[in-house]
Design a protein around this ligand. Sequence first.
Ligand code: CA
Length: 221
Amino acid sequence: MKRMQRRILIIEDDAPLRELLAYELQQRSFDVTAVGRGGDGLAAAADQPPDLVILDLGLPDIDGLDVAARLHEDDVPVLILTARSDVDARVEGLYAGASDYVTKPFELRELVARIHAKMRDRGGSEELVRGVITLHVATGTVRVGSETRVLPTREADLLQLLLAHPGKVFAREELEHRLYGMESPDSNAVQVYVSRVRRTLAEMGAENAIVTLRGKGYTIP
Ligand code: CA
């Protein structure tokens, strides 16, 4: 799909957490760099400006708040990971600026939602609308009425393709080819993604949004 791969820099000295975050975000199609020291983080950010930095406050070499301040100077969005006890007045002052924060321990799902929200400003404003469904393309955020959900990348890609061509019937093979590069042409991956998107939309109040035409394929009419 055309959606640009977003670059995320993780600065976290807790190696298992850093590796878990890097893995999970790569799985969600982000381009991830992960380092354990503030100095390395600033160097990486200067080398290739990230779309977002995920920053731990307690780093071995530089105070995380100083790292955040330096990143702010370069207008880089920062999502701070912090233990609740760190949330003092100084930190709150910083949060009023370009930063957002997530307290440890956190749910991965919440973190991912915050990442998408944080990137939304820079992601362009293209939206695809069909009936009650609106998809914000850059973030994969779908809206139905007052309900909002962030779709996993492959489900967002599927919905984007269908919404961009209303009424067009896509055969399973074409979806496999266009969305997933024909990695496993005999798989039922497309059916799985279609049923997940369909279920999500139904939960949000848009029943039967994706129509199956037996022997032909899928469409949003
Ligand atoms: Ca730490």
